[in-house]
Design a protein around this ligand. Structure first.
Ligand SMILES: [Zn+2]
Length: 436
């Protein structure tokens, strides 16, 4: 396979020094980045040279809290708990294998189109999701929706079986974590079981934690403690754990997250749409907690565009605290790239030699990037966070392969994905109605 050399663009490396090359290059060999710099690289005769003039070359985005989604645009005005009971759980309980595959493909399609190269996807039927990730080319960490048996979702045994079947698939692009739906559908014994399973498999944990005030009240009522305290005592927290949302953390809960090295996925647009509140992200960052960004699910966000999430992650805290100095654009881009990657222990999130080649190319010849001062890093970060959206993504490279090139999907047919995902939804909806 010939090497790929992206030359002539503005290269936003997101490396330790936040280096930006105004006229830079990135050379990819196999699944890895082998060279990054300014000017012209030493090319080999069979290198595939891609001209990225008037484009920004940057690390792919990491969507740190994600659910494959099948039916967005329904029950859009309900609070979280009622929404889950009336829309989300009935749909995922009636999911068939084909519907799961195409729902995942449609979800990953939108993400790839918006420059997302990694998803941390908690859902059901992981082998079908894994095949969709393999076929479309995305990097995916998958976990089950594990809850107590009476809730009729997934069990730890499902998660164990999924790990054994698909962990490591597609050159290691697919991994399996242990997932816990959320505390209202769990108890300390189930959390302890999830920790034991993760340790036994040597894998990580993905959990919804402290998402809503009703969750906090339910936890205090059932266990006499706040959600993060229950998770801490059950041993769930740790450097291999991604906790999603964490909206209503007390000072003590922030300290527990910090003490255990737990990673947090901040999902501001989902939290806003569901009326769940605004997470204390400035305090989390001040405490030294690693915080990445997630869209959550298209059912509770409606868009998988992580550019939109980046903008929310900055502006929502400024509005809330009446302080325009909060959450500056370079920090937010770092959250969407390096921080997400660090949470999943991936060798991605920055463009440096030796990293896996997860790279996106943004077009700047459009009003989103006008005017543009080439080489002015802060100006470019601002455009990415406050002005751009996913439609500026020209190409998405994952594990060294173009999975989308000039807006065209490489390995699957976009129209077929949309058609099959729609058919799958209709079938699942009929099953929901027949079984209700
Ligand atoms: Zn979620």
């Amino acid at each position: 396979m010939s090497r790929i050399a992206l030359v002539g663009g503005t290269v936003l490396t997101m490396d330790d020094d936040a280096t930006v090359h105004a006229n830079g290059y990135v050379v990819i060999d196999g699944d890895s980045i082998v060279e990054v710099g300014s000017g012209t690289p030493a090319l080999r005769p069979d290198d595939e040279v891609v001209d990225t003039a008037d484009q920004i070359v940057m690390p792919g985005l990491v969507d740190l809290h994600y659910h494959t989604a099948i039916g967005k645009g329904f029950s859009d005005h309900l609070p979280l708990w009622e929404y889950l009971d009336t829309a989300w759980y009935p749909l995922i309980r009636n999911l068939d294998a084909d519907a799961a595959y195409w729902a995942a493909a449609a979800s990953y399609l939108e993400s790839i189109q918006c420059g997302v190269t990694t998803v941390n996807d908690m859902y059901r039927r992981l082998p079908d999701l894994a095949r969709a990730a393999r076929d479309i080319g995305i990097r995916a960490v998958l976990s089950n929706d594990v809850a107590l048996e009476e809730h009729n979702i997934d069990k730890l045994d499902d998660n164990r079986a999924a790990y054994q079947e698909v962990h490591g698939l597609a050159n290691g692009r697919v991994e399996v974590y242990v997932g816990i739906e959320w505390l209202p559908l769990a108890d300390p014994e189930l959390l302890q079981g999830a920790r034991a399973l993760a340790n036994k498999l040597g894998t990580g944990i993905h959990i919804h934690l402290n998402e809503s005030l009703t969750e906090v009240e339910d936890s205090k009522k059932r266990f006499g403690k706040r959600p993060t305290e229950v998770a801490y005592e059950a041993g769930i927290l740790g450097p291999d754990c991604v906790a999603a949302h964490c909206v209503w953390l007390s000072d003590r809960e922030i300290a527990l997250m910090r003490e255990t090295g737990t990673h947090i996925s901040h999902n501001p647009s989902s939290n806003a749409k569901l009326g769940n509140g605004i997470a204390r992200v400035p305090e989390m960052l001040a405490a030294g907690i690693n915080v990445g960004l997630g869209h959550d699910a298209a059912e509770c966000n409606n868009s998988r565009d992580l550019f939109e999430v980046m903008k929310f992650a900055s502006v929502i805290h400024r509005a809330n605290r009446v302080d325009s100095s909060l959450m500056p654009a370079p920090d937010v881009v770092r959250m969407a790239t390096r921080n997400g990657s660090a949470a999943l222990k991936h060798n991605t999130g920055q463009l440096t030699a030796g990293m896996k080649a997860d790279v996106i190319v943004l077009d700047t010849q459009n009003p989103m990037f006008t005017p543009l001062i080439h080489g002015d890093a802060n100006h470019i970060y601002s455009h990415i966070v406050y002005s751009a959206n996913g439609s500026c993504v020209n190409s998405t490279i994952i594990d060294g392969s173009f999975v989308m090139r000039n807006r065209k999907l490489t390995f699957m047919d976009e129209k077929e994905i949309v058609r099959k995902a729609n058919e799958g939804f209709q079938r699942v909806l009929k099953a929901v109605q027949a079984n209700s």
